[in-house]
Design a protein around this ligand. Structure first.
Ligand code: NDP
Length: 602
């Protein structure tokens, strides 16, 4: 179907019908409950394969200025921005054996970031680092997190391979008592939580998953001991082996080409095909990216954020498929502003969307030579229903003789597993190894998930305080009754596809709050009225996107088919405007949250 035909009302009606049918094939009554978490008898799936033996250390009972929970980019940036504010003792506590977060855990073959490296890698201006590829490999990104941690001396006080188990506010000492799974019980005047969003791996609840006698692991804990090789490939351990991969999201799309190169035979078990757009990775020079003056990186990153937040810019500096498709994506994120003429907006949106999706489906046809396989790889839903992917290798992998695509849509995924392999329909696929590229649970990390016990003033549990009416914050950072507790990148703020940029702006804000409180001898705590006012701004401007998500194929964007966008309520004017609001507020109104109380014992 050509783009011009896509504009006819008949073609649009036909697409709508097809999208509806494809959604119905996939909706499951168990929704998000279909997944297993890596706990109890599945806990070994989450073990750290990279840390080696965890060495014994003495539990700590000292006091620091700030405890930062999480050593991913959020925590590293919080640490760096606190240092820039002159804060002395900053202790980052991180479950993994090193800094890096997502990029520590995810080291699967083929891993890259599909957001341009020059806008994704934070603090390029401050570190003087200029990536050489438009889209950087995962290892380069992980090392950049380490580079920032080293530059800002975050290792000295860090607790790695350590998980925080509780936070309790102690009025007498004016500090949080932080306990960990390594027996620590120390005090921190401030706590910054940077616990990430997609951090807890999930497994498919396939009947018989425990019967399989072959090897299994999740992509976020890659077993190089079994496969051999490195993130660049060379998986010699898979030679002659029958390998299966479950999942064709952003991870599956990156990992399949590498597995295809080395596996004896690769079976790709697909439930819903991703949109796979052009990636166009290439080497870049400092001249290409304008790295010739101070502040070049933050200008570039602002330019990208403005475009994907729906703002007008003079020039698109990044000019890739993200910025090209920004109109289809950002308008449907939870925080996007309400269109003035909704009917006209929806009609124009549908036409633009159909054109994009026709282009995506045409690309499958151009690349994949086997007609039947090509048909199965075509995505039938609107572009923003699922996280888009970008690859110049994935579709091509299906032209190899040693790769078989197994479509599991009619059976709502793999039906069952046996001791030998995987059953779909009438066929049992015998496997030596099955790799789960099945993603992560949404909304389970962060203090608002209730998993980490947090007790504020007068022993009130955060979970209880928020139980009836949901989270209450000012700007998503601070809450009444929980002094000096600052959340980063969490609920009730504004997010974007370039998440490290968001985290950096939040880190700057968190550090400014701490510095202002230190200067004034105050605690950081908003009033109930300030929280109410912020919640009013969020709810009054909240867009209604159910018309869109209710027709989407299931996935983590819409609560596995529930029809509601997943994710917290957000600032309705996008991330760029939110950052400007924070900056203004810091200049004009920050005193609102600084409560001067009687001096605490230190
Ligand atoms: P996703 O949740 O996006 O994908 C999980 C995949 O597993 C889906 O294809 C899903 O199918 C499939 N699946 C789940 N259960 C079954 C089952 N029982 N049978 C068959 N298939 C099943 O996880 P990813 O790890 O791919 O990506 C998660 C997020 O991580 C991305 O959305 C992105 O935000 C981020 N990411 C970013 C990258 C980057 O370059 N910036 C790279 C990789 C990840 P279905 O769609 O039908 O549910």
């Amino acid at each position: 179907m050509s783009n011009s035909e896509a504009l006819s009302s008949q073609a649009l009606a036909e697409l709508r019908r097809r999208y509806h049918l494809e959604r119905e094939r996939r909706v499951r009554p168990d929704g998000a409950r279909q997944y297993l978490s890596a706990e109890a008898r599945f806990g070994y799936y989450a073990d750290d394969p990279y840390a080696g033996e965890t060495s014994e250390r003495r539990p700590l009972q000292d006091r620091v200025d700030v405890a930062v929970i999480g050593g991913g980019f959020g925590g590293v940036l919080a640490g760096a921005r606190l240092r820039q504010q002159g804060i002395g003792r900053v202790r980052v506590i991180e479950k993994g054996g090193d800094f890096g977060g997502t990029w520590y855990w995810n080291r699967y073959p083929g891993i890259h970031c599909d957001i341009e490296s020059h806008v994704y890698l934070p603090m390029l201006d401050e570190t003087g680092y200029v990536p050489e590829w438009k889209y950087a490999p995962g290892e380069e990104i992980r090392r950049h997190a380490v580079r920032i941690a080293e530059k800002f001396d975050l290792y000295a006080d860090a607790l790695l391979s350590t998980a925080v188990t509780s936070l309790t506010w102690d009025e007498t000492s004016g500090a949080w008592i932080v306990t960990t799974d390594r027996g620590d019980e120390f005090r921190a005047t401030y706590v910054v939580t940077a616990t990430g969003t997609l951090t807890e791996l999930k497994l498919p609840g396939i009947p018989g998953i425990e019967d399989f006698k072959g090897h299994t692991f999740h992509t976020s804990r890659w077993d190089y001991g079994y496969t051999g090789g490195t993130p660049d490939g060379g998986l010699t351990g898979l030679a002659g082996k029958r390998v299966g991969v479950v999942g064709t999201g952003a991870t599956g799309v990156q990992v399949v080409p590498k597995l295809a190169e080395d596996a004896g035979h690769l079976y790709v078990f697909q439930r819903t095909p991703s949109t796979v757009d052009v990636r166009g990775n290439c080497r870049t020079t400092s001249v290409d990216v304008g790295a010739d003056h101070d502040g070049w990186a933050s200008e570039r990153r602002d330019n990208f954020l403005r475009i994907v937040s729906g703002e007008q810019v003079e020039k698109d500096l990044v000019a890739d498929r993200w910025t090209e498709s920004a109109g289809l994506l950002e308008k449907l994120l939870p925080g996007y502003r309400r269109p003035e003429d909704r009917t006209a907006f929806e009609a124009a949106y549908e036409v633009a969307d159909a054109a994009k999706m026709n282009e995506i489906r045409a690309r499958v046809e151009q690349i994949v030579t086997d007609r039947e396989t090509a048909e199965k790889l075509k995505p039938w839903y609107r572009y923003a229903c699922k996280r888009p992917t970008f690859s110049d290798l994935y579709l091509q992998a299906f032209n190899r003789d040693n790769v078989t695509l197994v479509d599991t849509a009619d059976t709502h995924g793999i039906e069952r597993m046996t001791e030998h392999g995987v059953v779909v329909g009438d066929t049992e696929y015998a496997l030596d190894c099955l790799i789960f590229a099945t993603g992560f649970s949404v909304g389970v990390s962060g203090i608002h998930s209730g998993r980490l016990p947090v007790h504020g003033r007068d022993g009130v549990a955060l979970r209880d305080a928020w139980q009836e009416r949901g989270p209450r914050t000012l700007h998503g950072f601070t809450s009444n009754g929980f002094p000096n507790l600052i959340q980063l990148g969490g609920t009730q703020s504004a997010s974007s596809v370039n998440f490290t940029h968001v985290l950096d702006e939040h880190a700057v804000h968190a550090a400014a709050l701490v510095a202002a409180a230190e200067a004034k001898g105050a605690v950081v705590e908003p009033s109930r009225e300030a929280e109410d006012a912020w919640l009013r701004i969020l709810t009054e401007g909240a867009p209604d996107h159910e018309w869109f998500h209710a027709e989407c194929t299931p996935g983590y964007y819409n609560g596995e088919g529930r029809g509601r966008p997943n994710g917290p309520i957000a600032y309705p004017h996008g991330a760029f405007a939110f950052h400007q609001l924070l900056k203004r507020w810091r200049g004009e109104s920050m005193d609102e949250v600084l409560k001067v109380s009687k001096p605490a014992q230190r």
